[in-house]
Design a protein around this ligand. Structure first.
Ligand code: APR
Length: 320
């Protein structure tokens, strides 16, 4: 069987980290694409030279030509600009929408059979626009946000309870912004729901509320510390988990930005929901029962995503 091919559109901080993890895991041969001449080529060469040291066998190439992504099984998109301190993800809309148009057209022309994972922000609007511009089936285009947001939530809960991160399972619904919905009711430590742990006196409601707030602002906290860009290690690790679920037909239930048509009372947009990811892409959206508070929060988040789509349509008429 031929090796799998992973194309990474955007060879910046996340793109380079994606390439490194994909190579270490030998997911396939890797093509790094960027508009800047030399950067994808230089990173590809540098990463290739990790192979002898780390013992991985993967061909890594850099390019400025979309023709080189032909035949890709998975494409992960990080092209665009990241946030600076004081910016919200939504501030990136105008610039990154233009980037999504170029990327979508490149994918449509050269790799229409790929499974596409978008990481570029503002995520829920960009993944929608990328799908529109590429014309790929909705189940083959997905956004990475929930895996990362859940990872942040899990990290903070493991620290709070003083337990191994392996035993913490959380998930976060809604848009990838300040209105995201960390669902406490379905977050567990080795199967024990967080509300029960609070009842057992292992934490307090105030502390859990503070963790929810910190999770919502988790990306901004890192932007504030880095000052020159946004998080990249955990976003890359999260994108790779989604790529593996597809490539290995794992049927994992992951929180992803998926196209919803009726589920959760939402229609015709991308938003963070739990979904089964396997060889068919997004194979099923899992509709869990939410309490009234979570339902209300999800609606606020959906409304925020809707506003961004209106803004996209205002900027690019072909989307209207
Ligand atoms: N086509 C391809 N690549 C592009 C394009 C384009 N039209 N425009 C910009 N790029 C490239 C840049 O040259 C840069 O190498 O995208 C890369 C982005 O890399 P970084 O600036 O390092 O940003 P990164 O931290 O990787 O984040 C990328 O992911 O999480 C989101 O908010 C983040 O939108 C941002 C994206």
């Amino acid at each position: 069987m031929a090796r799998k091919k992973i194309a990474l559109i955007g060879a910046g901080n996340i793109g380079g980290t994606l390439a490194h993890i994909a190579a270490q895991k030998e997911l396939g041969d890797i093509v790094l694409f960027d508009v800047v001449d030399g950067v994808p080529q230089g990173k590809a060469l540098d990463l290739s030279q990790c192979g002898p040291v780390e013992g991985f066998d993967a061909k890594i190439t850099g390019t400025n030509d979309y023709a080189d992504i032909a035949g890709a099984d998975v494409i992960i998109v990080t092209a665009g600009v990241p946030r600076k301190p004081g910016m919200s993800r939504d501030d990136l809309l105008g610039i990154n929408l233009k980037v999504m148009k170029a990327v979508g057209e490149g994918i449509k022309a050269h790799a229409p059979d790929a499974f596409v994972i978008c990481i570029t922000n503002p995520l829920d609007a960009m993944v929608w626009a990328l799908r529109e511009f590429s014309g790929l089936p909705h189940e083959k285009v997905v956004g990475m946000a929930g895996v990362l947001d859940s990872a942040r939530f899990s990290t903070f809960l493991a620290q709070e309870f003083g337990v191994s991160i392996r035993d913490v399972n959380t998930f976060v619904l809604g848009g990838h912004g300040d209105t995201m919905v960390p669902v406490v009711q379905y977050s567990t430590v080795n199967g024990i729901p967080v509300p029960d742990l609070v009842k057992m006196g292992l934490s307090t409601q105030e502390k859990i509320d503070a963790i929810v707030t910190r999770t919502r602002g988790g990306g901004g906290e890192i932007v504030g510390l880095l000052k020159t860009g946004s998080a990249f290690y955990a976003p890359a690790a999260s994108g790779i988990a989604m790529a593996e679920a597809y490539l290995n037909d794992q049927k994992r239930i992951l929180p992803v930005a998926a196209y919803v048509s009726g589920e959760y009372g939402v229609d015709g947009l991308y938003v963070g929901v739990p979904a089964v990811i396997g060889a068919g892409g997004v194979e099923k959206i899992v509709e869990i029962e939410l309490d009234e508070e979570a339902k209300g929060n999800l609606q606020v988040s959906v409304d925020a995503v809707k506003e961004l789509l209106v803004a996209c349509k205002g900027i690019d008429e072909s989307l209207a």
